[in-house]
Design a protein around this ligand. Structure first.
Ligand SMILES: Nc1ncnc2c1ncn2[C@@H]1O[C@H](COP(=O)(O)OP(=O)(O)O)[C@@H](O)[C@H]1O
Ligand SMILES: [Mg+2]
Length: 426
């Protein structure tokens, strides 16, 4: 869960000789073209989701029994689609709305939306968090994740509660724990014959390919109800942007032609998140120039500062060592100009980076785990080499972003955390 606004890295507001208090006073009295920035923030869930009505209806059909005949079934669904296709927004909207409907029918339904990446792919951490939110006195330690799962169901029974659990970015869970966690989650009901069904599941994955890492039985359970979200087209992005602009910008500050301009720039990826972030940034550039409206140049400046892949939200759950590993990989690839670097080469570059940033290098097994984690979330690729290529090893590559840009991005992030400054870059 991210409560932050998208960050405005590289946006340098010159501070001159003003005191910090002066700067704050000046900033809040400065004119702005925004009416309300909240609808542009990452955690905002829109009321309406144009172009996702059919998928919403499908979810409603699938989960209607949870509200109509609570306790009889525990539906499971899977949602796949690329970044920014609305997976998170769709499920959050659905979860909020179905819980509200359940309340009017006196059914005690709770929606839980969990980002697996935030819990480093650990089902144990996820369950602990849910169980403790249901009963805060629940002991901190002494349970296995299987026991926690039963404890969760016991609590749901005790409180006469039904739960829809969404596991967002479940690739992190699969990377960390393989098949086991999802297998246990989909089988738990069968382990409790004769008891009411209380836990339903929505699993979100970027690609169906990631299902192949699961055992056959979990695969087939999840594949039964699959919702695929396609990239948005340029006119669709335009419509999504327009609705967001009405909520967040003052009237007349965003010329109509610029809406299609942003949609065009971002339609290649069909990524609504990128489009909205670009809009927000462009607005910030307009404000920093005290412009009365958005201009094409504000958008171009925003686009040049915002790589479609190298965005702060991707880095939000990485720890320092994961950042150092990506930095090491980027440096290595920049140096060799190869498509891949071996695990061994990256580890050497990683140790050097650790020295530079005064961190104690982690042992091989830990580094290996971090690499698995990063490859699950899609910034790094990690594949076994074919026989004969510099011996048998793992080859690491960067996905979708140039090595030099990745290096610079990581370097600015790593120094930013060690030397705090009063600038506009958080
Ligand atoms: N159909 C839509 N209508 C309005 N906003 C949307 C729609 N689809 C996505 N968005 C917005 O685009 C951004 C990215 O969507 P998100 O659900 O986070 O994508 P994903 O989880 O697939 O990466 C969010 O701000 C979301 O509110
Ligand atoms: Mg998402």
């Amino acid at each position: 869960m991210n409560e932050k606004q998208p960050s405005l890295a590289n946006h340098d507001l010159s501070t001159g000789s003003l005191t910090p208090a002066d700067i704050i006073r000046e900033a809040i009295s400065r004119p702005t073209i925004f009416k309300d920035e909240q609808p542009l923030s990452l955690e905002y869930t829109p009321q309406r989701l144009p172009y996702r009505e059919n998928q919403f209806r499908f979810l409603a059909e699938l989960f209607r029994s949870v509200v109509n005949k609570p306790g009889t079934t525990s539906p499971r669904a899977m949602i796949t689609g690329d970044i920014g296709t609305g997976k998170t927004a769709l499920t959050r909207r659905f979860g909020t709305d179905i819980s509200r409907t359940a309340r009017t029918l006196k059914v005690n339904l709770q929606y839980q939306h969990i980002n697996c990446r935030e819990y480093r792919g650990s089902l144990f951490m996820i369950l602990k968090r849910i169980v403790q939110s249901l009963s805060p006195q629940f002991p901190q330690r002494g349970f296995s994740s299987d026991e926690l799962l039963h404890a969760l169901l016991d609590q749901l029974e005790e409180k006469n509660l039904y739960m829809i659990l969404t596991l967002d970015e479940a690739e992190a869970l699969i990377a960390a724990e393989g098949s086991t966690s999802l297998y246990n989650l989909t089988r738990i009901q069968e382990e409790r014959p004769g008891r009411q069904a209380r836990l339903s599941l929505i699993v979100i994955l970027r690609e169906t390919k990631q299902l192949e890492e699961l055992d056959k039985s979990t695969q087939s359970t999840l594949q039964r109800n699959i919702i695929r979200l396609e990239h948005y087209s340029s006119p669709q992005l335009e419509q999504i942007l327009r609705e967001r602009i009405d909520l967040s910008f003052k009237e007349g500050t965003v010329p109509e032609a610029l809406v299609s301009f942003i949609a065009d720039i971002t339609s290649q990826k069909g990524d609504a998140r990128y489009a909205i972030e670009l809009l927000w940034r462009a607005g910030k550039y307009a404000d920093s120039e005290e412009s009365k409206e958005l201009t094409p140049d504000h958008i171009r400046t925003a686009a040049s500062s915002l790589h479609p892949v190298l965005r702060p939200e991707f880095a939000q759950y990485w720890n320092t060592h994961e950042k150092l590993i990506i930095l090491a990989l980027a440096r290595e690839l920049e140096r060799t100009r190869e498509a891949y670097a071996t695990m061994g080469e990256v580890e050497i570059a990683y140790k050097m980076a650790c020295e530079q940033y005064k961190e104690t290098a982690r042992a091989h097994t830990q580094v290996w785990k971090y690499v698995q984690n990063l490859s699950a979330t899609g910034i790094v690729s990690a594949n076994p080499s074919t026989e004969g290529f510099r011996g048998k090893t793992t080859l690491l590559g960067l996905i979708n972003a140039p090595a030099s840009a990745t290096r610079q991005w990581l370097e600015s992030m790593l120094t930013a955390t060690t030397t705090p400054t009063i600038s506009a870059s958080p």
